[in-house]
Unconditional design. Structure first.
Length: 279
């Protein structure tokens, strides 16, 4: 029998928590008088996160004029919001281990997720959203897929077979086979990991294209997902670009020049990010 939404939601509660340093970073955003040295000390305790953070700080994604060599420098130069983005991205991409169907393309999944994060960050300014928040929401947007693929590999393989047979979008195949799609599961995981309500809502509703009729983080993620599929960051041969809702496109009001600039910026940042977060 296929799992119910309730079954999957219970399984989400069994997933590991994010590392303590990430929880601390999320909690401290917006605090007055934050001790940056204390923050750097917490980050330095995790060697893997520290190494990836330094690589990202020295990448063209941030374009630092001189080389950053210590975590203290990274925190001082980039600031808490950028450090939060980097550490959270590193932690999320390393949080899933375990069985998935052998045909599940995990590197391709993460390439698309990182690409959507890059697109969301590029879209944030013309859509009047916070770039760091948009980046994290874009990175998280398909995590429900990963829950299904790693926790229900047999059922997920059946869904993929349905998608290929009917040449349809993944969300359509999920609804046909499971009775629900990955977006709601991703929203539940974002809640489990105590991300802000705005990010939870954006992840859960990024496929509700007819309801995204005003500028919002969910609208930004909806568009970023389509841009990332269109740019084929995943590298899949059977890539399909999901439809954009007309209310969403009208609400975004993006010019042709803005769309081209978003694509160019996204491609530039994607190549640096994917080398560090995925490869």
């Amino acid at each position: 029998m296929m799992p119910t939404m309730e079954d999957v939601a219970r399984r989400v509660q069994d997933l590991p928590s994010l590392p303590a340093v990430v929880v601390d970073l999320l909690a401290c955003v917006g605090q007055e008088g934050l001790d940056m040295q204390v923050l750097a000390g917490k980050l330095a305790l995790d060697q893997s996160l520290s190494a990836k953070t330094l690589r990202l700080a020295n990448s063209s994604f941030y374009g630092m004029p001189s080389r950053v060599t210590t975590i203290q420098q990274a925190v001082a130069v980039l600031g808490v919001h950028n450090i939060r983005t980097l550490v959270t991205a590193c932690s999320i991409t390393g949080s899933f281990h375990g069985a998935a169907d052998s045909n599940f393309d995990l590197p391709g999944f993460w390439r698309h997720s990182v690409g959507a994060a890059a697109c969301a960050r590029a879209l944030a300014r013309p859509l009047r959203q916070n770039p760091d928040t948009a980046f994290i929401a874009g990175l998280l947007h398909d995590l429900g897929t990963l829950v299904l693929a790693t926790r229900y590999p047999g059922e997920y393989a059946a869904m993929e077979a349905y998608r290929r047979e009917h040449d349809c979008y993944q969300a359509e195949a999920e609804r046909a086979v499971f009775g629900f799609d990955h977006a709601g599961i991703g929203g539940a995981l974002a809640a489990r990991w105590q991300f802000p309500q705005q990010i939870q809502q954006a992840v859960a509703s990024h496929h509700e294209m007819d309801e995204l009729d005003a500028p919002s983080l969910a609208l930004t993620v909806h568009l970023a997902d389509a841009f990332a599929h269109g740019l084929n960051f995943s590298g899949r041969a059977d890539e399909l670009v999901p439809p954009l809702g007309w209310p969403a496109w009208r609400a975004a009001a993006l010019s042709d020049a803005t769309c081209l600039a978003v694509c160019a910026e996204s491609e530039r940042t994607f190549h640096d990010l994917v080398q560090i977060l995925v490869n």
